[in-house]
Ligand binder design. Structure first.
Ligand code: SAH
Length: 251
């Protein structure tokens, strides 16, 4: 009898402590800052993202550094994770997906060289955080997310924080977003086995695309793809990375 009760309690404890990846609910967001977050955000940027700690190339673009100091990363994660929001690491956002590490968000954004008049396409809205960073820097961000609940939650957070220059749709981003193409910048935040031809097509001349390419659940290569003024394509590998896999509608 006691043994059964023990196992019942143990099961309940295990279920309740499952990471947020197991949650299927969306939640309200109030986009408010607090002194604790302010200090943590400042320390994250000053001590980890812009210095050569742990061998990483420091971020140097002041506009991008400012956007990392401005965007409330805590608003893009579940309230239970707020206290970890300004650590330089990925965090679960549900459905087996993660919000990327702030350093990687900053680095990918720097490689895109965003300008105020640019229109950007993001594949993999996830939490909406990368979209918010881009929204600080470009005219409009078009972002595609394959998991409807994440698209909805990201929209809630972006609305709460006042980002009205981000347009989200739920779809398989493999095909890009034809309606608003071409894009000056394209960013993929999930690892694909190859660069989807529709995305190359939807990149404007002189456009830049940043994409993790490689096998799922292993180390991939962050690639920078540039389309020159005459329409030819140049590719360059930047560094090894680990991203969640690019999903297809039939996965
Ligand atoms: N940019 C996000 C990172 C999210 S992780 C952020 O700042 O939080 C990658 C996201 O890509 C996941 O939400 C995943 O659901 C989404 N994704 C994976 N495959 C996709 C596809 N084919 N089309 C659109 N989104 C996709």
């Amino acid at each position: 009898m006691y043994q059964r009760l023990f196992f019942l309690i143990l099961t309940v404890v295990i279920i309740c402590s499952l990471p947020l990846t197991a949650r299927a609910d969306t939640y309200p967001v109030s986009c408010e800052d607090q002194e604790f977050f302010q200090i943590e955000r400042h320390n994250l940027v000053e001590q980890q993202l812009t210095t050569a700690t742990s061998g990483q190339i420091p971020l140097t673009d002041t506009k991008i550094i400012d956007s990392l100091k401005t965007v409330y990363r805590h608003a893009f994660v579940h309230p239970e994770l707020h206290r970890y929001a300004y650590q330089n690491r990925p965090l679960p956002i549900g459905f087996g997906q993660t919000i990327s590490q702030p350093y990687i968000v900053g680095l990918m954004t720097e490689l895109l060289k965003p300008r105020a008049e640019h229109r950007a396409l993001e594949i993999g809205t996830g939490s909406g955080y990368q979209a918010a960073i881009l929204a600080e820097l470009v005219e409009t961000v078009y972002s595609i997310e394959i998991i409807p609940e994440l698209a909805k939650q990201a929209q809630t957070a972006l609305d709460a924080c006042g980002y009205d220059n981000v347009k989200i749709k739920t779809a398989d981003g493999y095909y890009g977003w034809e309606e608003y193409a071409p894009y000056d910048l394209i960013i993929l935040t999930a690892a694909a086995s190859h660069i989807a031809p529709p995305l190359i097509e939807q990149l404007s001349k002189d456009g830049r695309m940043i994409i993790p390419v490689g096998p799922p659940y292993e180390v991939q290569t962050l690639m920078l793809v540039e389309k020159t003024a005459d329409g030819s394509i140049r590719q360059r590998s930047i560094m090894p990375v680990r991203f969640v896999p690019f999903l297809r509608d039939d996965d």
